[in-house]
Design a protein around this ligand. Structure first.
Ligand code: LMR
Length: 369
């Protein structure tokens, strides 16, 4: 049986909490892969990650051969086969994902460097923390030795939302919706391409209202993350974890005939998306962990204009982080990374239920701090 070393960053966050047991249970890599699971988080919270390690141990997962937690990337990332970059400051009510760009960007510089330095030469990286396309661009730029095709960022949550919404509107099952993929950025400009999708083998325009598809539908998918934040008071976690499982599963299993999936990948210039931008495309996989961009898809004027808007959004984000794309000086980077860690630590503490905060302050009082 093969054994995979899998790193999950942001290990004490809500997405990781929903994701880790599923990796341990074999849902991501299948029943023929043993898992050496490494939980990574910042020093301020790593003790709590050790509590998650205890829970994973207590799950007695047959495929979980080792589980550990550390704030030292030299330890967690050593020889890693898969690195899932989940950790970042999450978006709050009223924010767009791009509002996090300067807060979260620096941590992905560090992640990129650590991956280049410590991970396996075959490593594959999935960026989940927002704004994930541009965070992936940053990490990739700081890990020159890891080739383009080993980096992906998560637009599967949007794809899943788009499929579920269209299926519900059409009165069909989610399985009946095929080739419904996301183009562009994981932002309010993302484009769910219904024009090339099918529902029970038919074009969506022949089963649901065309005007709804062009306006209501596209917007609803674009705004679904914000709607969840407004309703839950916190960003999606359960569905994000499901999307990460689906994302990796789509890469490690051959794509079924007649279907595609989507993820943000480093553009090779396909469909006029500038080379190097991390943009979402329709993909297929042979199941070897890699992917191919589906060639020759016909895009009508509506689809083209939506994709162009999302690509312009990505170009704007790239400008905002130009200094993080491997040209920033070391001291500046260290200062930014420290600021970032402090911001993450503040969020981690705020994020806690009252009983945790009470226990922690009681502990502090007992220890005389
Ligand atoms: C989502 O789409 O739900 C996540 O990216 C979290 C967010 O900020 O919306």
């Amino acid at each position: 049986m093969k054994q995979l070393k899998v790193v999950v960053t942001g290990a004490i966050g809500q997405v990781a909490y929903a994701l880790l047991p599923r990796i341990a249970a074999g849902e991501m890599f299948g029943a023929d892969a043993e898992i050496d699971l490494r939980l990574s988080d910042i020093p301020q919270v790593i003790e709590r990650a050790k509590g998650v390690v205890m829970e994973l141990e207590d799950g007695a997962f047959p495929l979980l051969v080792r589980v550990s937690a550390s704030a030292d990337r030299a330890e967690t990332h050593a020889g890693a086969d898969w690195v899932l970059l989940v950790g970042s400051v999450p978006r709050g009510p009223g924010m767009e994902r791009a509002d996090l760009i300067r807060k979260n960007g620096p941590i992905f510089v560090d992640e990129g460097r650590a991956i280049a330095q410590h991970a396996s030469s075959e490593v594959r990286v999935v960026v989940v923390g927002n704004p994930c396309n541009t965070n992936c661009l940053i990490a990739r730029a700081n890990a020159q030795r890891v080739p383009d095709e080993r980096w992906t960022a998560l637009t599967r949550l949007d794809q899943n939302r788009a499929r579920a919404l269209l299926a519900a509107k059409a009165g069909a099952g989610v399985r009946e919706v095929k080739k419904l993929v996301i183009w562009g950025n994981h932002s309010a400009t993302l484009y769910p391409d219904f024009t090339n999708a099918t529902v029970n083998g038919k074009r969506p325009v022949s089963v649901v209202d065309r005007a709804w598809l062009k306006d209501g539908y596209v917007q609803e998918v674009q705004q679904r993350g914000a709607a969840v934040i407004a309703a839950r008071g916190a960003s999606s976690a359960l569905s994000a974890a499901q999307a990460v499982v689906d994302h990796v599963r789509s890469l490690v299993r051959p794509t079924p005939r007649g279907d595609w999936f989507s993820a943000a990948v480093v553009s090779d210039g396909s469909y006029d998306v500038p080379r190097g931008l991390v943009s979402s495309f329709p993909l297929t996989s042979l199941g070897d962990g890699g992917y191919q961009i589906v060639p020759g898809i016909k895009l009508n004027a509506f689809a083209q204009s939506k994709i162009a808007a999302s690509v312009a959004d990505l170009e704007k984000e790239r400008e905002l982080v130009a200094d993080l794309l491997a040209s920033a000086s070391e001291p500046a980077m260290v200062a930014q990374a420290t600021e970032q860690q402090e911001a993450l630590a503040a969020v981690a503490v705020d994020d806690q239920p009252d009983d945790w905060r009470r226990a922690s302050s009681e502990r502090g009082a007992r220890e005389g701090s």
